[in-house]
Every structure is written in structure tokens, then in C-alpha cells.
Design a protein around this ligand. Structure first.
Ligand SMILES: [Zn+2]
Length: 262
């Protein structure tokens, strides 16, 4: 005990001051990111707001009328696969769809996807801004490493060298970030949103939509810390990505929905 006390006394005061300043800076960054997380999220995917009167907006407002809930904001972002996510903050509720979801899904399938996101909004069960911002910050060194490699002339973004630097840093910070995400995310909220969609649009429609997404390409280039927000897991099936997956498997979701229908 005395040894620990004397060790603490031997550390120069400047070190303590530096640590306290760094902690204050980190807490301030976390606080700012937490407040503006949803804005950062929409900007990350360059999501464009859809105004009332447009086809997809009308689909959503018919559903909110049927469900008797307030119509959230609606956004679209460019992505080659059908997927979606939602923002369920008290002061801001929004559904964000990929352009492919709007262009490729049948109207009833699009309704089922929107109804699933309305389920998240109804029960406010998407991960909170604080845990989302913290996981994003924990994973941020991978993006910084990639930028640093590009700035140091290691090549273009898709070249092996910068991707190796990024993968190396990802291997260091990824498992910790993924563990934090697993601890703060409940997979059962997907079942709750699925059941809500089934009640609004019919379980069969959602089953068909999930089957369609399961057989087609569902891989989309998203930040792994955002993957838990999406309708279906958008990450490819490598070992590191699997650590970030909080979705129940599509087979399990389908089996549960088929149980509702009986
Ligand atoms: Zn969901």
C-alpha cells in the first residue's frame, strides 16, 4: 500500500494535469458527438430529405395514419442494395431508406420495410445517441489511420498499403468497439419491429421481403458501428464484421414471423 502511495507521489504534477486536460477534451468531444450524432449520421450517408407529396412519402404517411402515429421525417441515400434505418430520438424521428429500396422493392415490400422502421420509432428502441457516438469514436482511429496513410503517399484509397494500415488499426480497436456494441445492443428489438410491421402490413409480406433481401446482395459500404441500426445487417461475412453483427439471423426472423401467422 505504502509502495503504491509513494509511486503516485513520484509522478510529476504536470502528468496529472495533462491527463485531466485530456479527459476533459475527450468528454467534451463525446458530449458534442452525442448531441449531434444524428446530424453526423445523415451527413455520413449524404441523406437527402424527401418532401411531402412524393410517392415514397405518401406510402409512409398512409402507414402512419393507419398506425395513428406522428409522421417522421423521411430521407433517401444512394446505396446499391435495399436497406433502411431509423432515428428514434425524442426530439427527432426519421426514417432513412436507400434509393434501391425505393426503386427495386415491390410497393407492399417497401411498406413492410417502412413499417419495420415505424416499429423502432413507436417503441424508441434504436441504440441511444450516447452509446452510438461512443462506439463511433472508439472506432474512429481506423478512419484516421486510412487518411494518414493516404496523406503520407501510401497510395489511393483502394490500394493494398493504405487498406493494410486501416486493417491493422481495425484489428486493434475493432474487438473492443464490437464488445461495447454487443453489450449495449439488444437483438430482440428487431423482433419487436418485425412484429409491428407484421401487424400493420401482414407477416407474409415481411417474410417475402426478408427472403428477397437474403437471396440478393445485401452488402453495403457502411461504418461497422452503424450496422446495428439497419433493417438487415449490411456488413460482409468476415470474422471482424461478424463481431459487429447484432441482428438475429434472417432465418430466425422469418421463423418467428411464420409463427405469428399461425
Ligand atoms: Zn430494425
Amino acid at each position: 500500500m505504502n509502495e503504491i502511495t509513494s509511486l503516485l507521489y513520484s509522478i510529476p504534477t504536470n502528468v496529472y494535469i495533462l491527463v485531466i486536460i485530456m479527459l476533459i477534451i475527450l468528454i467534451t468531444i463525446l458530449f458534442i458527438c452525442s448531441i449531434s450524432f444524428n446530424k453526423i449520421l445523415l451527413r455520413t450517408y449524404n441523406a437527402q430529405k424527401v418532401e411531402s407529396g412524393e410517392f415514397v412519402y405518401n406510402v409512409m404517411s398512409k402507414l402512419t395514419e393507419k398506425a395513428n402515429i406522428k409522421t417522421p421525417e423521411l430521407y433517401l441515400f444512394e446505396c446499391p442494395v435495399a436497406n433502411s434505418f431509423s432515428i428514434t430520438k425524442k426530439k427527432r424521428k426519421a426514417i432513412i431508406l436507400t434509393t434501391t429500396a425505393v426503386n427495386k422493392l415491390k410497393p407492399e415490400e417497401l411498406e413492410a420495410v417502412i413499417a419495420h422502421e415505424l416499429g423502432h420509432i413507436k417503441y424508441s428502441n434504436q441504440p441511444g445517441s450516447f452509446t452510438s457516438a461512443l462506439s463511433w469514436l472508439l472506432f474512429l482511429p481506423t478512419t484516421i489511420a486510412l487518411w494518414a496513410a493516404l496523406l503520407c503517399g501510401f497510395g489511393q484509397e483502394d490500394d493494398i498499403a493504405p487498406q493494410f494500415v486501416r486493417s491493422y488499426v481495425m484489428a486493434l480497436v475493432g474487438p473492443l468497439t464490437a464488445a461495447f456494441i454487443q453489450l449495449t445492443t439488444s437483438g430482440s428489438r428487431e423482433y419487436v419491429a418485425d412484429e409491428y410491421s407484421a401487424r400493420l402490413c401482414g407477416a407474409n409480406v415481411l417474410v417475402n421481403t426478408l427472403k428477397y433481401l437474403d437471396t440478393g446482395d445485401r452488402i453495403c459500404d457502411v461504418n461497422p458501428t452503424h450496422a446495428r441500426l439497419f433493417f438487415v445487417n449490411p456488413l460482409s461475412d468476415n470474422i471482424l464484421n461478424s463481431l459487429f453483427n447484432t441482428h438475429p439471423s434472417i432465418e430466425k426472423r422469418i421463423r418467428r414471423l411464420e409463427g405469428i401467422d399461425k
